[in-house]
Design a protein. Structure first.
Ligand code: IPE
Ligand code: IPE
Ligand code: MG
Length: 236
């Protein structure tokens, strides 16, 4: 479908980057940037619901973010637990279905929080929220291949559609719009398989400053894109 036919992206993927720099600008420890980032995410979720976006996938913690200091990693884990207890019921009331994508082989407390969030919101249909946590695009492709092998899929049966059935985002269409905040122009191992034909928008806004205005600017950019998916426009 051409972008102009899609007034609002069905699926938006966001690399929420720039929390540390936001804090640094304010002479605050990085943690405060992450904390402000959680509040920004809740506002963006509300804005997506108002705009009828169906799926939102956000990069919260990458497979590579373990390289950060122990202090930052443990502060992030604590913040995630606090965010779940603070905002989960609000998201549930808003009709958000939460799914966590990524390697769950992590701290039991976090796994329990994710399981509870998914169970509570399993019946919601307003917005499908995928939180990518301990996630990497390469991890996803590898785990899909491994699970396909475990399920007895034979080499001759492996197609793009078959492998997609085993990917972490098998329940969602590919993202129409990929947004990265924080000014960096790279993917950083997010959704490598699914962004094959996404439209990319890079925003200089640091994630805690990203709000409905910037979301609308990104959607406006998306609407102006000419999506061809490898084909040729009839008018060309
Ligand atoms: C993104 O913000 C959040 C996570 C990676 C958890 P950063 O922490 O990467 O912020 P910057 O890029 O250092 O400003
Ligand atoms: C990507 O941001 C990961 C998340 C936003 C969770 P990073 O800050 O980790 O990416 P790099 O290191 O700048 O590529
Ligand atoms: Mg960063």
């Amino acid at each position: 479908m051409a972008a102009e036919e899609l007034a609002v992206p069905r699926h938006i993927a966001i690399v929420m980057d720039g929390n540390g720099r936001w804090a640094k600008k304010r002479f605050l420890p990085r943690f405060f940037g992450h904390k402000a980032g959680v509040d920004a995410l809740v506002k963006v979720i509300e804005a997506c619901i108002e705009r009828d976006v169906q799926h939102l996938t956000v990069f919260a913690f990458s497979s590579e973010n373990w390289k950060r200091s122990d202090d930052e990693v443990s502060a992030l884990m604590g913040l995630i637990l606090a965010a779940v207890s603070r905002y989960l019921h609000k998201l549930h009331r808003l009709g958000v279905r939460v799914r966590v994508i990524g390697d769950r082989d992590i701290a039991p407390k976090l796994k329990k929080a994710w399981d509870e969030a998914e169970a509570l919101t399993a019946g919601n249909t307003k917005l499908q929220l995928n939180v990518a946590f301990n996630y990497g695009g390469r991890w996803d492709i590898v785990q899909a291949a491994r699970r396909a092998a475990e399920a007895g899929v034979q080499a001759a049966e492996i197609t793009e559609a078959k492998l997609s059935e085993f990917m972490a985002l098998r329940h969602a269409p590919d993202p129409d719009l990929f947004i990265r905040t924080g000014g960096e122009v790279r993917i950083s191992n997010f959704m490598l398989w699914q962004v094959a034909y996404s439209e990319f928008v890079f925003s200089d806004a640091l994630w805690p400053d990203f709000c409905a205005t910037q979301l609308d600017a990104a959607i406006a950019c998306f609407r102006n894109r000419d999506r061809r998916f490898g084909g040729v426009k009839e008018s060309a």
